[in-house]
Design a protein. Structure first.
Length: 495
């Protein structure tokens, strides 16, 4: 089917007075809970649970037709998280030999694959016409940090959604994997004004608002309060709410207060009609739920701030940051990614805006010792074509997340889609592919831009971090197939 463009030049106007984005549907993917088990000579894959549908995330304004096999499956939620906070992040799923090298157990590994072997295997594949006019690549041995292959390693490229890897790493570095985002309800000293205060949790949903309403009603009854005025506060975020791409079904206006990511169609991932007033809609839903709980509000909710000395009467905490990162990466969730960038900005004392987030994320990645030459992190989601990163930055970041020195970054790896099983890689590898289950990678797609960055387990059981970035592509399907072939080659153990 024809590739969509980001800014149509004709057609009906949407609610913001902008041209509507052409509607396409991206193919979905099956999701399986699994563990990768790899020995030094034989690689095996054990599927731990039955497959359920995780309808496809979307990297950009592009969306592709659902595969027929997915249409017959029942829709299910995204990456499953039980909401508990672990004692610490688990080691990255990998081969035992790699875990030994990373300090998880004792022992040694064999020498890394030779650069000459990878050069012979990868270079012809990188020259495939499907990869467009500019293509860069870096492969790093995650256990040793040795760069095994490089082509244009320091060339800044538009990364599309692979920039979410950098956003996630910065947030984890700033806040830690156990951090939770709070949404609160505050009561004025005279018990006449309630304020719903957004903390920036894009995963807040109606169930959470119902729980907040129930807790609020209980507190008001205990205080003997009567009817209240409802105010909502989304002031924690600043700057433009609209992403630079403009109104778009792939992202809601960025707000510190929103419910269900501003979606209007009950979906939980992918493109969807979005409200142009996320905070107001969340507050109106909360008002209805307060009424159900027996609390009368005197008027429609109004935007404002909590009065001085207001006390907190109800709190909802998001899932741990590790779970938010995994959901953002697995489903390529743009709303969560932008929230992660703003949470990083708030932690580092920057305004929670696109500009403040850019400075904070850049500073965090710099503090991790990563090569940021030529990088520009214009947004957290990768929807902005002004984003620029290098293949070297992404590969080094992934290797860092696999290493022993920064266990807080481990969710960057565990959140990556698994080839043939989950997220945006769920239907890009078949059951008979030699790379199925051995590659975990973040996809990136904009019109004319395709990328893939993640990890691969090779035939010797080593974990390789890689990044492949391409620009000037003319067919997303052909480019994706070429990128998948490159990643598959890494699993074959070339020397």
């Amino acid at each position: 089917m024809a590739e969509p463009v980001e800014k149509p030049t004709d057609g009906p106007l949407n609610r913001w007075g902008k041209w509507k984005v052409p509607k396409y549907v991206k193919r979905g993917s099956g999701r399986v809970d699994l563990r990768l088990v790899a020995g030094s000579a034989v690689l095996g894959l054990v599927v731990a649970a039955g497959a359920v549908l995780a309808t496809g995330p979307w990297d950009s304004g592009q969306r592709k037709a659902e595969r027929d096999r997915v249409a017959a499956l029942q829709r299910a939620g995204g990456a499953h998280h039980d909401g508990t906070t672990p004692d610490g992040p688990e080691p990255a799923a990998s081969a035992p030999a790699v875990l030994r090298a990373l300090g998880a157990t004792g022992g040694t590994t064999t020498a890394p694959a030779g650069a000459s072997g990878l050069d012979a295997a990868l270079t012809p594949l990188l020259d495939a016409p499907a990869l467009g006019s500019v293509r860069t690549a870096v492969v790093v041995d995650a256990a040793t940090g040795k760069q095994l292959y490089a082509r244009g390693a320091g060339t800044p490229m538009t990364p599309a959604s692979t920039v979410k890897i950098a956003t996630a790493a910065a947030a984890l570095s700033a806040l830690g994997p156990a951090h939770r985002i709070a949404t609160t309800v505050r009561l004025s000293p005279d018990s006449r004004t309630l304020t719903l205060v957004g903390g920036g949790d894009p995963t807040l949903d109606k169930a959470a608002l119902r729980s907040l309403a129930a807790d609020t009603a209980r507190s008001l009854r205990d205080a003997g309060a009567g009817p209240v005025r409802l105010v909502y506060d989304a002031s924690r975020y600043s700057g433009p709410a609209l992403h630079p791409i403009g109104p778009n079904e792939n992202i809601a206006p960025v707000s510190a207060l929103m419910a269900d990511e501003g979606r209007l169609d009950r979906s939980d991932r992918g493109p969807a009609p979005r409200t142009d007033d996320p905070a107001g809609d969340a507050a109106r839903t909360f008002a209805d739920l307060l009424d159900d709980a027996g609390v009368a509000t005197r008027s429609a909710p109004a935007s404002g701030r909590a009065p001085a000395k207001a006390r907190t009467v109800a709190t909802h905490l998001s899932k741990p940051l590790s779970a938010l990162v995994e959901r953002a990466l697995t489903n390529s969730d743009n709303d969560i990614a932008e929230a992660l960038a703003r949470q990083t900005a708030l932690k580092d004392g920057e305004p929670a805006s696109f500009a403040g987030s850019r400075r904070a994320v850049t500073a965090r990645l710099t503090s991790l010792g990563l090569p940021l030459g030529g990088a520009r992190l214009a947004d957290g989601s990768g929807l902005d074509r002004a984003d620029k990163v290098t293949a070297g930055l992404l590969a080094r970041l992934l290797a860092l997340a696999a290493g022993p020195d920064h266990p807080e970054l481990r969710p960057v790896l565990t959140g990556l889609p698994v080839a043939g099983f989950s997220g945006t890689l769920g239907d890009r590898y078949t059951a008979t592919s030699p790379a199925t289950g051995l590659i975990r990678a973040k996809t990136g797609t904009l019109t004319g831009v395709n990328s893939l960055a993640g990890t691969a387990v090779d035939a010797q059981g080593r974990l390789l971090a890689f990044a492949f970035l391409a620009a000037g592509t003319t067919s997303a399907d052909d480019a994706e197939a070429s990128l998948d072939t490159l990643a598959t080659t890494l699993t074959q153990g070339t020397r």
